[in-house]
Design a protein around this ligand. Structure first.
Ligand SMILES: [Zn+2]
Length: 491
């Protein structure tokens, strides 16, 4: 049997043993963009610290706290965020995204909720978001549970049971039922299980929220500055968002996501940062060199693809900081704003510090001294690398036809892998990725020219997963669009 040398080489590549955890590799030939390096380098630890100091000075940012005082509470805090973003750069279009939220569950009275957003217009309408939630909560105040004789039941993890120094660990179930399966019916007092349901709680008690989620808020604000000041003309429009109502069940993000869906706003990617400033876990373990990145499945979903992209780019631009991909929407029984975007069909992922200190969350001791600004700045750099690359790269291409079917087949021989994709404006070429269908990460890649189809002879499309990214002349690479087999019930 004789094969052309090229085919032998290809076969060797295709049938190379799969690595269980293929490390993220820089793409061959694609150098770093010095403009992005400069942007990342301009992220300031000092400014993050200054912003957070100011944010914490509003005492509380509880979504239901006093909105009329000029110095304390959520009204003063959101006005300061607005003014600070506006002051930062004339290139930023700053606005309130305002919603009237009727009384329901943890929203114990009708309120006006305001997200604050700053838009940096790009050449194209596709949008890339970074966010944190600026609201805070203090569930540790004694007295909130006064009058409750019934302690949280075993198996029912009451959100907020972690009073400072408490032993129960973190517990939070936004939107979850108050009862666990098998629990006797009708707990006598719902506020014993969820103190936020108590309309008589003191919403103006101190809730510094330095890490949760002052950290994600000032990260988003600092990125607004460095992107606006970079002088780079991005292809994508960038949005720097701080939202409210997270602690009551992702209320602000959900309201925005619903409108965005109704208005067909082309949200390409959303980077949510929530609790990203602490490097010392409550159990004493320290990790200031990695961050966790959660993304909802199934495998090869747009959110998963975005997470993989982020790790790949971060490994190039911020090699000193590891991105730990986690194939889950979020932590056990805990939610975040990215999930509100996922619920409307958008690609959104959530950054979380690697080691949490649960005893400092949702209490009066979530203070500045619990924030490691060097670590927070590293997390900001990871966000910046991914956002800048994504915003400069061509838009992702499409690997499905008008009926939503993947444009992959076995032609021409009937035993080949034949890939087709749509052209992406601005692309100078394309990069094909593939892996064993059991592997979590891409194992191989091949840069091809400015073509919109490619054939791997004798590669079985049932055994391999294929995807394609668009690459511009400067080497900026888009997220990978993956050929996903459609679900079918027949044989
Ligand atoms: Zn949070």
């Amino acid at each position: 049997m004789k094969y052309p040398a090229l085919l032998v080489l290809l076969a060797a590549v295709l049938y190379a043993p799969a690595h269980a955890q293929a490390p993220a590799r820089p793409s061959p030939g694609a150098g770093l963009d010095p403009r992005i390096e400069k942007l990342i380098a301009s992220i300031s630890e000092e400014r993050l610290q200054q912003l957070l100091q100011k944010l914490v000075s509003f005492g509380t940012r509880n979504t239901l706290s006093d909105a009329t005082s000029p110095t304390r509470g959520i009204g003063a805090a959101r006005q300061w965020i607005f003014d600070e973003l506006k002051r930062t750069s004339p290139r930023l279009q700053v606005s309130f995204d305002t919603h009237q939220i009727p009384k329901a569950r943890r929203i114990t009275r009708d309120i006006e909720l305001r997200n604050v957003m700053a838009v940096l217009p790009g050449r194209s309408p596709r949008r890339i978001y970074v966010s944190g939630h600026y609201d805070s909560v203090n569930l540790g105040a004694r007295g909130q549970l006064a009058g409750n004789t019934r302690p949280p039941t075993e198996g029912v993890q009451a959100r907020g049971a972690q009073a400072p120094g408490g032993q129960r660990g973190e517990v939070q179930r936004p939107g979850a039922q108050a009862q666990a399966p098998g629990e006797p019916a009708a707990p006598p007092n719902p506020t014993a299980i969820d103190p936020q349901l108590n309309p008589n709680q003191d919403y103006n008690v101190d809730a510094p929220g330095a890490n949760d989620d002052g950290s994600g808020t000032v990260l988003s604000m600092e990125l607004a500055r460095v992107f606006a000041e970079s002088g780079i003309e991005f292809d994508a429009t960038l949005v720097f968002m701080t939202v409210a109502g997270e602690e009551q069940g992702l209320i602000g993000a959900a309201a925005y996501a619903k409108d965005a869906k109704a208005e067909n706003i082309p949200i390409q990617a959303w980077f949510n940062n929530d609790i990203v400033g602490n490097s010392r876990g409550g159990d004493g373990t320290v990790d200031s060199a990695t961050v966790r990145l959660y993304s909802v499945g199934p495998e090869d979903s747009p959110s998963r693809s975005l997470a993989q992209f982020t790790r790949r780019v971060a490994a190039q631009y911020v090699p000193s900081h590891g991105v730990r991909l986690i194939a889950r929407s979020d932590r056990f029984s805990r939610g975040g704003d990215h999930s509100a975007l996922n619920a409307q069909g958008f690609a959104a992922i959530g950054f979380r510090e690697s080691r949490e200190n649960y005893s400092k969350q949702h209490g009066p001791n979530d203070t500045l001294d619990g924030v490691d600004f060097r670590y927070l700045a590293q997390n900001a750099r990871v966000n910046a690398a991914a956002m800048a690359t994504l915003a400069l790269a061509p838009a992702p291409l499409d690997v499905t036809n008008a009926r939503g079917m993947p444009t992959i087949d076995r032609r021409p021989s009937g035993y080949d892998a034949h890939l087709r994709w749509t052209a992406s404006p601005g692309a100078a070429g394309y990069r094909i990725f593939w892996r064993n269908a059991w592997a979590p990460d891409w194992e191989h890649e091949l840069t091809v020219g400015n073509v919109t189809e490619y054939t791997f002879p004798h590669a079985n499309i049932d055994d391999w997963v294929f995807g394609v990214a668009a690459v511009d002349a400067a080497g900026h690479e888009s997220t990978v669009s993956v050929y996903v087999a459609p679900a079918r019930s027949d044989g």
